[in-house]
Design a protein around this ligand. Structure first.
Ligand SMILES: CC(C)(COP(=O)(O)OP(=O)(O)OC[C@H]1O[C@@H](n2cnc3c(N)ncnc32)[C@H](O)[C@@H]1OP(=O)(O)O)[C@@H](O)C(=O)NCCC(=O)NCCS
Length: 158
């Protein structure tokens, strides 16, 4: 999986889409410390232990470097930034039943905006799975020779 580069100084607005999601009963917010274990366990259960570990890093910071989408107080999706390494976006995921509503895009744009506000001009999408999603939503481009990149020789079991 390749890494991708995104310009942070030309991000599209997400406010209209966020408002529409709120009308459909979704809430997108930056979680706070008391919610830490719920978010990391959710990421581990629905995606992987690796992603749960990255969520732990997000909660080691203040402000917490991730956003979550909720539906009736349950997690529908999440997106982290500045966790795998500095300036990286990810991991991110939306529950299958909620995909295609725009949640992934709004979570992505909120996280990228946060990186911009930290002073980065570009962000890296780490190990992008669905490259088409990032090309379409934020004009990301693949970085040649970046597979496996930072993920080389990952520990995956005890
Ligand atoms: C990738 C993911 C987060 C997208 O979430 P989502 O909520 O379904 O995405 P959205 O509804 O916001 O999609 C926004 C746009 O991207 C498009 N899109 C979504 N997934 C896409 C894909 N895999 N390839 C190409 N385009 C895609 C949508 O069609 C939509 O286009 P539109 O605005 O013209 O309607 C979700 O599919 C997911 O959780 N996948 C599994 C985990 C994963 O791969 N995470 C990424 C790791 S880097």
């Amino acid at each position: 999986m390749t890494d991708m580069l995104v310009k942070l100084y030309e991000l599209p607005s997400y406010l209209e889409e966020k408002k529409n999601l709120e009308k459909q009963g979704f809430m997108i917010k930056r979680p706070i410390a008391p919610e830490a274990s719920f978010v990391s366990q959710w990421a581990k259960k629905h995606f992987s232990e690796l992603w749960g570990n990255e969520v732990n890093v997000a909660f080691s910071k203040q402000p917490v470097s991730c956003f979550v989408a909720l539906k009736e107080n349950e997690i529908a999706g999440f997106a982290c930034y500045d966790t795998t390494t500095r300036g990286f976006f990810g991991p991110t995921g939306v529950l299958e039943k909620y995909r295609g509503h725009g949640l992934g895009k709004v979570l992505l744009l909120m996280a990228l905006e946060a990186l911009w506000n930290m002073g980065y001009a570009y962000a890296i999408i780490g190990g992008a799975g669905p490259t088409g999603f990032y090309e379409k939503t934020v004009g990301a481009i693949s970085i040649p020779g970046s597979n496996p990149g930072i993920y080389k020789n990952l520990i995956k079991k005890i």
